[in-house]
Design a protein around this ligand. Sequence first.
Ligand code: NAD
Ligand code: LMR
Length: 336
Amino acid sequence: SKVPMAKDPVRVLVTGAAGQIGYALVPMIARGVMLGPDQPVILHLLDIPPAAEALNGVKMELIDAAFPLLKGVVATTDVIEACTGVNIAVMVGGFPRKEGMERKDVMSKNVSIYKSQASALEQHAAAGCKVLVVANPANTNALILKEFAPSIPEKNITCLTRLDHNRALGQISERLNVQVSDVKNVIIWGNHSSTQYPDVSHATVKAQHGENHVRELVADDEWLRGEFITTVQQRGAAIIKARKLSSALSAASSACDHIRDWVLGTPEGTWVSMGVYSDGSYNVPAGLIYSFPVTCRDGEWSIVQGLSIDEFSRKKLDATAQELSEEKALAYSCLS
Ligand code: NAD
Ligand code: LMR
């Protein structure tokens, strides 16, 4: 027949769904921004009891928006009900950073949440569930989730550094006055923190014929190795200072980008940044959730191999790995 078969709905869990990012994210998912314009979804929304009424308000608005792709909403404060049968889990629940705090200052509150939610996901999510941790400290929360959900394949547990990646694309686009969609292959290495390394060594801008290297177009190594890096590293703090709230619409949009590319694949010749379980590539210690350049195909990511790393970059890759090792130790000390 010429009429394509309707796809089965995908169940997407959003934790912390009554919060700021949740409020920006759930309508994007319900409109097909995350999984495509022909993919029906059922949203599972989790929050804690003090936010139950607000969560119910979000559910009411989702119904009121009459999204054609939205086939159901489960809004609950019960972790098991929330996790049951989910194919994708976007973990936003937790306590956000306030002005003057580092992301690791929210560590002890958030790692204990991720330990307990790991078990619920492990026992109740659908087989093959893909997990994206957004809540800070994102890499370390994802690592704790991985460690306490040993039957979920490590390839299925990731954290969000796509926002940093997109911030880097945005800064290059502004500097060169080119379309952001023509800039590609920046890299965020390491932690979603102020030690992350935004790297443009391999980044390009689309030209009439082929591509030009960002390094040659900018032709100002001092800016690329200085202000560009610190602007991206400090962007989260700058948003908090300006809004008195941490980033939300850009975080939600980047979370959709992360899942969409993971599930539907990255375009030919393009990589993106994802926080994934390190296998020792680029001499990053194995056993950390570290942001790497990845390509995705058939629902699986792979780390882009063979990129040259100069001495300047090497130091930066190592410094952010060092911070992640320290965070890992600190997380374990919070749990014991
Ligand atoms: P928010 O405070 O507005 O929302 C968080 C929600 O989580 C609240 O509704 C809260 O009730 C809920 N919550 C708390 N404990 C929970 C639990 N155990 N289970 C379920 N829900 C729980 O915060 P926000 O601005 O939406 O930010 C959410 C998180 O995302 C923060 O940790 C923030 O730092 C982080 N963040 C990460 C990135 C990134 O790029 N990785 C970007 C922006 C924000
Ligand atoms: C961000 O990068 O905007 C978030 O991680 C919020 C924060 O604490 O910086």
